[in-house]
Design a protein around this ligand. Sequence first.
Ligand code: ZN
Length: 324
Amino acid sequence: MPFTTSGLHHVTAIGGDPQRNADFYLRTLGLRLVKTTVNFDDPGTYHLYYGDEIGRPGSLLTFFPWRDAPPGRVGTGQATTTAFSVPEHSIGWWKQHLEDAGVSTSRVVNRDDEDALHFRDPDGLQLALVAHPQGDPRDPWDTPLVPGEHAVRGLHSVTLSVTREDATAGMLTEGLGLRFAAEDGNRFRFTAGDGGPGATVDVQVTPDAPRGLVANGTVHHVAWRAPDEQTQAAWREELTDRGVEVTSIMDRQYFRSIYFREPGGTLLEIATDQPGFTIDEPLLELGQALKLPPWLEPDRERIEHALPALDLPAENNPGQQVRA
Ligand code: ZN
């Protein structure tokens, strides 16, 4: 297998009201808004990127937040749970912090030596905070809203729900270069390299669950890292040769993307690490202004007019004047 991803790049989900979405991920979860742009395929909708200070691959959860989004249904053929990595000593702090913010949480569960706390975002998206016993070396976004000591380190993993695991396992191992790591009842864990936070996917076999419906409160797709455009292009060829229906390479401004479905139904993406989020605005100003790709700039006035205003916490851009 010539191509092997190094781990998760981002997860993209559908949300409801953009302000409520931003308040939850910035103020309650303490992530940074690293880009405010629009859905390139539907420029009447925001595309909000949350991550660490610079939006490193593996730290990103992104949303198409849409006030009129119809409710989705969590089920098979979907990434049902998105988990973030936090320090081991912080799980108790987070339980209290979320409860103080009015978010109901599960009891802390231990699986595979990892403590996990489950909860939902305001639109019902299933989330978890997971503490890996070996820790997570990634630098957090340190803000007064969530102190660095406890802050999210990046994505930990996603859980894919399927009716049977064999074909999905084949795609993860042969298509993405992941390796089978562990089995626990109806859960199969696959990892990139040695695994750990940001390099883990759990496949949960739930033949009796309803079929998932991608809309508000559900994951749209899961993206995996490719180091560069040359690798991505060759990877695309290899997937095509294997009979996988892959899109053409799309310019997402902050990375290049190809998309395809794993046999269980979840939409997957392979995204490049480059060029990243500082390509069109300075690090200190990330997320503050609406950024559009060159091909949408001629429509800026109409696009801006159609989008609801967003009020960001000042902590997102310390030392900067936040736009009104
Ligand atoms: Zn994506």
